[in-house]
Structures are given as C-alpha cells and as structure tokens.
Write a protein that binds this ligand. Structure first.
Ligand code: NBP
Length: 480
C-alpha cells in the first residue's frame, strides 16, 4: 500500500468514524482501520463519498498507508483495549512517528504510556476530545498533551477539525505528557458540577417557587439570555419542556431519578483528593449521583421528617427565581474556579506549562460545558496568567459581592423547606471558607496535637510546637 494518508484512525466506533469523516471533509486523506472489518466497510459504503479514505483490513496495511512521520489516532475503549492497540501498532512504527490517543484515558495511564514510548523515540500524544458524536463530526474541543515537537506537526491538523469561535480553533496544547487527558478529566468534573447545579435550580423552582417543568424551562431560557448562557442550560430547558408521548406527563416526571456516571467525575474527585485541591462543588455533584442510585438507603429513609412547605405568591415566586439566578451564577463561578485550581495544582505537580487562558478558549465551543461566560474566564487568565483564582479578578469579585444576599437567601429557602442542594451549598461553603480571616481548623490542629502529638504552628512565633496535654500545667515545647 502506498504511503498516501495524512493520518490514520484505528477504532471506528461512534467517535472514531466521525473524526475520520471530519478529517476527510477537511481535505485530509485518512487511513481507516477497525478490529472488526465490518465497521470499516460500513464507513466506506455510507460515507466514502465525503473524502479520501484508505481502508485497511490489517494493522500492517493501515500503518503502511501512512505518510511519514506517521500519525496514528487510536479511538478505542480506554484501558486494556488502548494498551492492546498500542502493543500492536508500535512494532510497526519508526522513531519520530506519533500515536494520538483520543479516548478517555486516565491521565496517569497517559503519563506511563508517553514515558515508555518516548524511550523508543515515538511521540505519544494523549488528547482529550469533547463534544460527543456530533462534536467529533462537526468540530470537537480538543485538549492536546504530549511534546511541543509533536504539537508543531499535529496541531494544525487537529486545529483544522476542531470547533471554531470567531475563527479561533477550540484546540490547544495544554501541557506535556498526560496534560491533555487531565484537562479533559477536569472538563468532565466541571460538567458534573454544572449539571447538578442546574438540577438543583430546577428542584428549587419547582418545590419552592411552585413552577411547572414547562414554566421552569421558560425561566431557564430567560436565564440563558444573560450571563448564565450555556449549552447545558439550553439542554436543561429542552428536557424540561418535553412532554412524554406515552403518558402526556412532563418527561422529567417519568424519568427514573438514579443518575449514572462513566467514571470521569469520580476520577476528578479522586485526583482532587490526591492533589489537595478543594474541589468541593465537583465532589458534591459526583456524590449526588451516587446518593441518587442508593435504592435501599433511600427506601429506608424515605418519609423521614424534613422542612416545612411555605407556599409563595406569584410575585414572591418571581422574586425567588431572580434570587436563584444569582445563586446559580455565583455557584457556577465557584465550580469553574475549583476546576482551574485543579489544573494549576497539576501543572505545578507535573511540570506542565499549561496556558490557563487557552483552556477557557478551547472550551467555548465544541464541548459540553461551552458557555458565554468562558470568554470572561479567558480574559481573566489572559490579563494575568498567574491569577490565583477567578475571584481575585475584579469583575468576578464584583459580581460575587452583588450575589451575597440572594445567594444566601436561596439557600435559606432550600434549607427551610428541606430541598437538598448539595452543590449549591458546597459552593457557598467553599466561598465562605476561602474568604475567612480565621478558620476553625485551628481547633482541628489542637485536637490533632492533643490525641496524636501531631504538633501545630503558632500565629505569633515561627516553628512547630507540641503541648504536653497529659501534664497538669500543659507545658508547650518547641519541636522545630
Ligand atoms: P465505541 O464503543 O463506539 O467503539 C469502541 C471501539 O473500540 C470499536 O471500534 C471497537 O472495535 C474498539 N475496540 C475495543 Br471496545 N476493544 C478493542 C481491542 N481490544 N482492540 C481493538 N479495538 C478495540 O466507542 P466510542 O464511543 O467511539 O469511544 C471511543 C473512545 O472515545 C473511548 O475511549 C471513549 O471513552 C472516548 N470518547 C467517547 C465519547 C462519546 O461521546 N462516545 C466522547 C469523548 C471520548 P470493534 O468494532 O471491533 O468492537
């Protein structure tokens, strides 16, 4: 087979075949291969007319079809399947060739694979690809890891097929080795938080304000005309406005309320714990899904006493909806802030030179958390790449200051009526924690020293100290 293809894609499932079509539509010659040959044939039969495809039945034929340096994109299930495909392809490659893993790999796997292949002179480029099936075809958001050298060659091709905002591609090199998959993982963590915050807002509008799902869809559409404008808000309005064709009931009322997950939210929370990143809103959103699926616990506790219903007049309901907009927005800012903190923490830990403004830029289209608000996040990090957090930027700080009363009143209303708002509450608690002059963790340090001699620092003296709690005079010793 002649070396004609600009890029090869192996794994022609939902994502792989649409990415192959996207490359072909952009004028690239694409070698295509799949473990089960029927998928390759189906792609050619249905979409062969869209561009130049080079179908291959064997991995050898697939690799031989590629121009050098070869670019092999793997789009198979993350984990063992990815390792199996790498093991098959690598012996056929030469130094300087590139493997792009576009699956949802855990970033630590990507770091391991990148290090192993680097020794053999092969570039391993872990790339987070967001946007699902439609994004893969029409323009995804692509978060690219691996070496700068590999991005110099691959970047223009990936930028070509990515989503665009005002001509700017939603694709960037976000750091070396596993950075691409890490940033994709955080994207999904933020997605969990965004979705849960919207779900809680829906619940409050229904159970506190007394609105119907169709009315809530309208409230969300109104919110979407302002700073909360986002794809997930639009999706939520669509779902809430939908009527179940079988029963004539609001669709939301016939959907079982146990939420599933594929694991990227859990990875985000596990990683946050390992790095010491206080990603509490993302964590609560993830736990909210777990709690929703605990049937036996929920059955055992169902009917226990809760809050008191307080019916609202129409005017009061409208006022509540207006307050909720502030609460939702402020909580969203906190959730995104937590995501960026996680990226900063990992960049410091793993030595990535992640451009924090670029992360916001490439999430503005093509991905699930696309939102108008990301323009402002981008501007904040572009103006000051070393910004510690979004709230140290004046315009966000001003908005959060204006949200204080409605944000807190929304949560008071929720608590009084017993409506669970784990993500909204976590966001406010995170805000109150980080803005505090003093935290009660001073007592935690005292407790730790009391029972475990873990020592403590003092506010007035350098060094570390231990109090001899068992002695009547409780003398203090300086340890270091
Ligand atoms: P699909 O489930 O549609 O397809 C899976 C592909 O993996 C098929 O081509 C399958 O080949 C291949 N495969 C498997 Br499974 N095990 C293999 C093995 N041991 N050796 C060779 N090939 C193997 O997956 P998808 O939804 O296209 O997802 C692909 C990757 O992209 C995943 O990592 C996923 O997490 C990620 N992703 C998915 C989305 C999405 O919205 N679906 C979004 C972003 C990222 P076969 O045809 O022979 O079984």
């Amino acid at each position: 087979m002649k070396e004609t293809a600009h890029i090869g894609i192996t794994g022609l499932g939902v994502m792989g075949r649409n990415l192959a079509r996207n490359f072909a539509r952009h004028g690239y010659t694409v070698a295509v291969h799949n473990r089960t040959g029927t998928r390759t044939r189906a792609l050619l039969e249905e979409f062969g007319h869209e561009g130049a495809f080079v179908p291959a039945r064997t991995v050898e034929g697939f690799v031989q079809a590629l121009q050098r340096p070869r670019k092999v994109m793997i789009m198979v299930q993350a984990g063992a399947a990815t390792d199996a495909v790498i093991d098959e392809v690598v012996p056929l490659l030469d130094p300087g060739d590139m493997i792009i893993d576009g699956g949802n790999a855990h970033f630590t796997d990507t770091r391991r694979r990148e290090a192993a292949l680097r020794e053999r002179g092969i570039h391993f480029v872990g790339s987070g690809i967001s946007g699902g099936e439609e994004g893969a075809l029409h323009g995804p958001s692509i978060m690219v890891g691996g070496s700068t050298e590999a991005y110099t060659v691959l970047g223009p091709m990936l930028e070509d097929i990515s989503a665009k905002v005002d001509g700017e591609p939603c694709c960037a090199h976000v750091g070396s080795d596993g950075a691409g998959h890490y940033v994709k993982m955080v994207h999904n963590g933020i997605e969990y938080a965004d979705m849960q915050l919207l779900a809680e807002a829906y619940d409050l509008l229904r159970r506190v304000a007394g609105y119907t799902p169709a009315e809530i869809a309208e409230v969300f559409r109104t919110f979407g005309k302002g700073r909360l404008n986002s794809y997930l808000l639009e999706v939520s309005a669509e779902v809430l406005a939908h009527t179940d064709p079988h029963t004539g009931s609001p669709f939301i009322d016939v959907v079982a309320d146990a939420a599933g997950q594929k694991g990227t939210g859990r990875w985000t929370v596990q990683t946050a714990l390992e790095l010491g990143s206080p990603s509490t809103t993302i964590a609560q959103a993830t736990f909210a899904r777990s709690a929703s699926s605990r049937d036996s616990l929920r059955s055992a506790y169902q009917g226990l006493p809760g809050g008191t219903p307080v019916p609202l007049s129409r005017t009061e309901a409208e006022r509540f909806a207006a307050s909720l907009e502030y609460a939702l927005y402020a909580s969203k800012v906190m959730a995104y802030d937590q995501g960026w903190t996680m990226i900063q923490d990992a960049a410091a830990e793993y030595g990535w030179r992640t451009d924090l403004a670029a992360v916001a830029r490439i999430w503005r289209a093509g991905c699930i958390i696309r939102a108008g608000f990301l323009d402002r996040v981008r501007a904040a990090y572009a103006a000051n790449p070393y910004t510690t957090g979004l709230l140290s930027e004046t315009s966000f700080a001003t908005e959060i200051a204006a949200a204080q009363v409605p944000w807190r009143e929304t949560l008071v209303a929720a608590t009084r009526r017993g409506v669970p708002v784990p993500a909204l509450s976590a966001a406010l608690a995170a805000y109150d924690t980080l803005r505090a002059d003093r935290l009660p963790t001073a007592l935690v340090q005292g407790q730790r020293d009391y029972f475990g001699a873990h020592t403590y620092s003092r506010t007035d003296l350098p060094g570390s100290f231990h109090t001899h709690w068992a002695l009547p005079e409780r003398p203090e010793t300086q340890i270091a």
